[in-house]
Design a protein around this ligand. Structure first.
Ligand code: FAD
Length: 332
């Protein structure tokens, strides 16, 4: 395999019901940096039905090129058909890097493509960089239960591939009217050749907002003392229409389920407002919330590390302060 034949950074553009998944826009931002460092083009690849129009957005968010497979067979995501399109495009145009969102679709597709090419895949990446001269992708992710950051390299194969956690990279400001080269591709796959069919789509019925999509997160820590004490967090969250978050120690104590855990081994959140109540501010927690718009910390220890990472800090007992906040917000 001659690496010189491979050039360019690609982002798989995930589309759901006519909309581009936010993580794909974030990856265009990250991909732009990698492509500029290498002096190569950034491309998006869109697969779906009636999706060609989405290419305008992909250009506006930083791509130089967009490859589109716009065919009825791609109306709904299926590993088999999407994988064939991606393999077709990748073998024809030979990118050096392909990035996917670490969503259920992205993870499924990337692993299938990696197996078939074959090439390496770094899953759940949280940091990306590239060696300017060699083009070696430096994809880092927590490893060994989050105790170390591992940088994983794919030295023998091209393209190099990574799935990247949502909300970790930053999308660029879209540049209205920014244009690029649209390349319409087609492949011949017949429905009869497909081994899977989508029989029914069952929509999630819960109206609950996911923590990584919430505008306001009220997170509590071990400082609340007990599951009963943690009720304060639920009260403030309910008053503000927020979603409850927690530190890992709270989750390990069994006060709340793991999907509320914010941090290195939990979820990364970027709400407009993040409350950290009775949370000490360990680095493993901070990495999961540091990009929030406004961070408000309440802690009775004036030297708590959380005060180094917040916009507003209240030194005091959560059991006195939070009921006051609930009362005042109720009035508002
Ligand atoms: P503590 O550190 O015990 O802090 C409690 C805080 O509450 C203290 O600052 C105290 O001053 C304050 N307090 C006490 N009483 C009151 C009161 N009445 N009013 C106000 N404040 C009060 N942690 C995560 O959160 N997320 C992760 O994803 C994560 N991943 C990890 C991965 C690894 C590999 C490791 C080793 C650790 C990880 N941790 C993670 C754990 C992390 O290191 C900390 O142990 C944890 O975040 C501490 O939780 P805490 O802040 O709730 O508790």
């Amino acid at each position: 395999m001659s690496f010189e034949d491979y050039s360019g950074v690609w982002v798989f553009i995930e589309e759901n019901e006519g909309k581009i998944a936010p993580v794909s826009l974030e990856l265009l931002g990250a991909g732009r940096t990698l492509a500029d460092k290498r002096g190569v083009e950034l491309a998006g690849i869109i697969i779906g039905e009636n999706v060609t129009g989405l290419s305008d957005t992909v250009f506006e968010y930083g791509a130089d090129k967009v490859y589109v497979y716009d065919q009825p067979i791609f109306q709904l995501y299926r590993t088999e058909s999407f994988m064939k399109a991606l393999l077709h495009c990748s073998e024809k145009y030979k990118p050096e890097i392909i990035l996917y969102g670490a969503t259920s679709t992205g993870k499924d597709l990337a692993s299938a493509v990696a197996t078939d090419l074959p090439t390496g895949l770094t899953a759940d990446t949280t940091e990306l960089d590239v060696e300017e001269d060699t083009g070696l992708l430096l994809a880092s992710r927590p490893a060994f239960g989050g105790n170390i950051m591992a940088t994983i390299l794919c030295k023998k194969y091209r393209p190099q591939m990574a799935t990247v956690r949502p909300k970790v990279m930053k999308a660029l400001q879209p540049e209205k009217g920014r244009a690029g080269q649209l390349i319409a591709e087609q492949i011949d796959i017949k429905e009869d050749d497909m081994r899977t069919k989508v029989l029914k789509i069952v929509r999630e019925t819960t109206k609950k907002i996911r923590i990584d999509e919430a505008d306001i997160v009220v997170a509590g820590g071990k400082g609340l003392g007990s599951e009963q004490g943690f009720e304060l967090v639920h009260q403030l969250a309910k008053t503000l229409g927020a979603v409850v978050g927690a530190s890992r120690d709270v989750v390990e104590a069994g006060w709340i389920e793991h999907h509320h855990q914010v941090g290195q081994t939990g979820v990364t959140v970027t709400p407009k407002i993040y409350f950290a109540i009775g949370i000490s501010g360990a680095i493993q927690h901070i990495v999961g919330m540091k990009n929030s718009g406004m961070i408000i910390a309440i802690n009775k220890d004036p030297d708590a590390a959380i005060f180094n990472s917040c916009h507003y800090g209240i030194v005091g007992d959560a059991f006195e302060i939070v009921p006051l906040l609930v009362k005042e917000f109720h009035k508002a």
